[in-house]
Design a protein. Structure first.
Length: 495
């Protein structure tokens, strides 16, 4: 590569001294093609430097394998959940990296080429305006990669936002997201902007008019705020919340959170939102400017009529949930929230389940079938309602020993299972283990041991009304103490 002074000499020798390219080549030693290239330039510019050697990274060098590993893993991640330079810097700092941000970005520039988006500066009055949107993120649920639907609400005055994770974007999740966000903010904004979500909009009409869902109108009426909707395919009209969703995914889901349940994931998200907003005076000022919360929380559950089938199951969506066998053939109501299923007969809850997010699953509670099993105890070993793996190992061990000694052992074992209705499960399990230790195999024997355990622990357990019904009501007449007074009076006179 030649320098600018050499380029000047070449051009002077050719244009001013009249030397040929061959003569210039002889004097300078430069290749003729190189001389021709620089002579043909209309506007001579300093030759650009092109590095042919790999730059040394004395500080960053030991961490380059980790950086490359992160970038390689990001290729398998979803686009919104890949590491930014800032996130990589945080991880390097945890490993002891002492270099600066620019050193890292110089290295990353060949891997990350970002196109910056331009925005117009906007300003909103505190407490008046919010935006709602859904986004998606992936996490590890019990070690398995799982997609979460993230409900995001952002206050535009301060820019503060809150997020909740759900396994779907159904109406009950949409409503629950509002309730949780309002309670986190301790207030309600005066106006909220949405996309044309099916959970809110039944039909898009001409212009800004919408035919809204009845339940959505109920939500809005309960909290007394106004709603507006973006034009179709114009999500940029609520760009603030979309950016909040991206920020939440990058800050909270990189790397993937590893949790055991959606409840644990939401506890983590709640904590992270608190950290992010802690000490922000504008956020606190905006919360103070919100409309106060109503005294009663909005009921965002979804209701559906159903019938209990002959297997004492109720179907909701693709899954089935058990109820006590006494309600077979009854018409019931299913009340669904994002994480719970309640089955109701009139106003009474007859069964309560954690919601199943899978498909075509049976959700069975053993206690719902115990009264029927007491009548059909021979079927205990062959029915799906009794799952030995769902109980401590002592139960199945005790059952097998019981039926080997007693022709009606299964019936007595069902009575032992019924003890869970009145006694703590841990005490029943301990009583079974003691019974096997002392070779006691009967429901009465287990009940006797259970009573001794409770006596030692000094814990009173209230019996159910059903057990009290068989106990006669004994009336005890108090003694007449006047007779004793008379006797005492007579003794005094003798003395």
């Amino acid at each position: 590569m030649i320098k600018m002074a050499q380029l000047e000499d070449i051009r002077k020798m050719y244009f001013m001294e009249g030397l040929s390219i061959r003569e210039i080549h002889r004097r300078t030693g430069m290749h003729r093609d190189t001389i021709s290239k620089y002579l043909s330039m209309d506007e001579p510019q300093p030759p650009k430097y092109q590095s042919s050697k790999e730059r040394n990274h004395p500080v960053l060098g030991p961490y380059i394998p980790l950086i490359n590993q992160i970038l390689e893993e990001d290729k398998t991640r979803h686009r919104k959940q890949r590491h930014t330079a800032t996130k990589i810097l945080e991880r390097l700092k945890e490993e002891g990296y002492s270099g600066g941000y620019s050193t890292l970005t110089d290295y990353l520039r060949k891997e990350h080429k970002k196109q910056r988006e331009a925005f117009l500066p906007l300003e909103f009055e505190l407490g008046t305006y919010a935006e709602v949107d859904w986004t998606e993120a992936y996490f590890y649920l019990k070690g398995k990669e799982t997609k979460a639907h993230i409900f995001v609400m952002k206050l535009r005055g301060s820019g503060g936002f809150y997020v909740r994770a759900y396994p779907f974007e159904k109406q009950e999740a949409f409503f629950d997201g509002h309730v949780k966000c309002f309670e986190f903010m301790n207030g309600v904004p005066y106006k909220i902007t949405y996309d044309n979500l099916k959970t809110a909009v039944k039909k898009v009409l001409q212009g800004s008019n919408r035919e809204e869902q009845e339940q959505f109108i109920s939500l809005r009426t309960h909290y007394l705020y106004e709603s507006s909707f973006c034009r179709p395919a114009r999500g940029n009209e609520k760009g603030g919340v979309e950016n909040a969703g991206k920020e939440a995914v990058r800050k909270f889901f990189v790397p993937y959170p590893d949790v055991e349940s959606f409840d644990e994931l939401n506890e983590y998200l709640h904590s992270e939102c608190l950290k992010l907003l802690s000490g922000n005076p504008k956020w606190e000022a905006e919360k103070a400017a919100l409309r106060p919360l109503p005294k009663v929380r909005f009921n965002g559950a979804r209701y559906k009529e159903a019938k209990v089938n002959r297997y004492s199951m109720v179907q909701f969506e693709t899954n089935r949930y058990s109820v006590p066998t006494a309600y077979v053939d009854e018409r019931v109501t299913v009340r669904a929230t994002p994480d719970q299923i309640d089955i109701m007969l009139k106003d009474m809850v007859i069964a309560h389940h954690h919601r199943n997010y899978g498909r075509n699953q049976d959700n069975i509670i053993l206690d719902h079938y115990l009264d029927l099993l007491l009548q059909k105890s021979r079927a205990l070993g062959n029915t799906r309602v009794y799952n030995p793996q769902a109980l401590p190992q002592a139960y199945e061990q005790y059952r097998k020993m019981l039926i080997s000694r007693n022709p009606i052992g299964n019936r007595e074992f069902v009575k032992i299972l019924m003890l869970h209705r009145d006694y703590p499960p841990a005490h029943v399990t301990e009583a079974l283990e003691i019974a096997m230790l002392y070779n006691i195999y009967s429901d009465d024997g287990v009940l006797n041991i259970l009573g001794q355990l409770l006596l030692k622990s000094h814990k009173a357990v209230h019996l159910s009304k059903e057990r009290l019904q068989g106990i006669p009501d004994v009336q005890v007449t108090p003694p007449d103490l006047n007779k004793y007074k008379a006797l005492m009076g007579g003794v005094t006179e003798c003395l």
